[in-house]
Design a binder for this molecule. Structure first.
Ligand code: NAI
Ligand code: MG
Length: 338
């Protein structure tokens, strides 16, 4: 996490599909609560790749580095291999070394199931090491866990636990992987020793999935290696209000990168019905954790709650046969209440 309040600058990258609908909405909301925010716009994604042969132009990387905070919409990645194409968001996370991925999951729509969870996921190593090979008919993937990588994400998680009063649960599978998950567990427990006020326990990853599904109140903060955190946070967003409402923030030492969990949603892109709340809540996470403006973040969160309480729903979160509104109306309602 940044040590002092970083400058109020943002690089906004809408990307493809509904990114172009929800990111402008989220930027409008941010500027309503942080009028001094300086915003620059940059391009990335499939459309830019088709135009220029580069999904993440150098100017975009330079703009992201200059602003230090990024709000990224989504990119449309083809499911077949395209020579020269690499997902720009995966590249950007790597370039900015945003090692701690924060994915809060809270149920905002009725019926309340008590879910109020923060998943903190290691975002640079583990099963996503990109070290895979085929030896004859045997495929081998190397899963890399380092003490440094585990320590730096654990520190972020404990800081967040201490600030929010959440119990912290270390996720692992050290019973079958005593060396790699063992190092993860041991490193997290060593960081825990520096935070005596934080209540800590641990859980095996499969048991975590089981308990979370049976009782969404069971956990408050899950600290997990990359793949476990990816899977558990998707489960948590399903137990919350779905993709249209799921925000995330990746933090490094020098950069913050917020993005809604959802993709470019080609099935609804261009129709004006995308739910902007995931992007808006991602922007609020930048305000809270990056610019360290909890006041601004809370205003956004409260306004989202008001708009939902007033019954405004995009189609993805509406009950069948009930009235719905579009992206523009929800955004207008948010801005009006702010
Ligand atoms: P998706 O998240 O784009 O869509 C899944 C389903 O959820 C669709 O039915 C979509 O209409 C709905 N949905 C998602 N966000 C919504 C919102 N804000 N409001 C209302 N409905 C919403 O995932 P999908 O369909 O698997 O992928 C589509 C494209 O997005 C692919 O090219 C994929 O590679 C890319 N993608 C990009 C991501 C990123 O940039 N971080 C993440 C996930 C997928
Ligand atoms: Mg995922």
């Amino acid at each position: 996490m940044p040590e002092t309040r970083p400058p109020l600058r943002l690089c906004a990258i809408a990307g493809d599909g509904i990114g172009r609908e929800v990111i402008p909405a989220a930027v409008d909301v941010l500027q309503a609560v942080l009028p001094d925010l300086q915003v620059t716009w940059a391009r990335a994604g499939w459309d830019v790749f088709r135009e220029t042969g580069n999904a993440l132009p150098n100017e975009t990387v330079a703009a992201a580095r200059a602003a230090r905070a990024v709000l990224f919409g989504a990119t449309s990645s083809p499911s077949h291999r395209v020579p020269g194409y690499q997902s720009p968001i995966v590249s950007l996370r790597r370039l900015l070394d945003t090692f701690a991925n924060l994915r809060p999951a809270r149920r905002r729509l009725p019926p309340d199931n008590g879910l109020n969870l923060l998943v903190v996921r290691e975002n640079t190593e583990g099963a996503y090491s990109r070290r895979e090979r085929l030896e004859g008919d045997t495929a081998i993937a190397e899963r890399i866990i380092t003490r440094r990588g585990s320590q730096r994400v654990a520190r972020v998680a404990f800081e967040l636990a201490a600030a929010s009063g959440r119990r912290l649960t270390i996720v692992h599978k050290a019973n079958v992987r005593p060396v790699s998950d063992g190092l993860w567990r041991e490193t997290c427990l060593a960081v825990a020793a520096q935070w005596p006020r934080v209540v800590v326990d641990e859980v095996l990853v499969d048991a975590a999935a089981y308990h979370l599904t049976r009782d969404p109140r069971r956990f408050q903060l899950l600290l997990a290696p990359n793949l476990y955190g990816d899977i558990l946070s998707d489960l948590a967003s399903a137990l919350a209000d779905g993709l249209g409402m799921a925000p995330s923030l990746s933090l490094g030492t020098d950069y913050g990168l917020a993005e809604p969990v959802h993709g470019s949603a080609p099935d609804i892109a261009g129709q004006g019905i995308a739910n902007p709340i995931a992007a808006v809540l991602s922007a609020a996470m930048l305000a809270r954790h990056w610019w360290q403006r909890p006041d601004a973040a809370q205003r956004i969160e409260n306004t989202v709650a008001q708009v939902l309480a007033d019954g405004l729903r995009t189609p993805d979160i509406a009950k069948p046969n009930t009235p719905t509104v579009g992206t523009a109306q929800i955004t207008h309602a948010l801005l009006e209440r702010l």
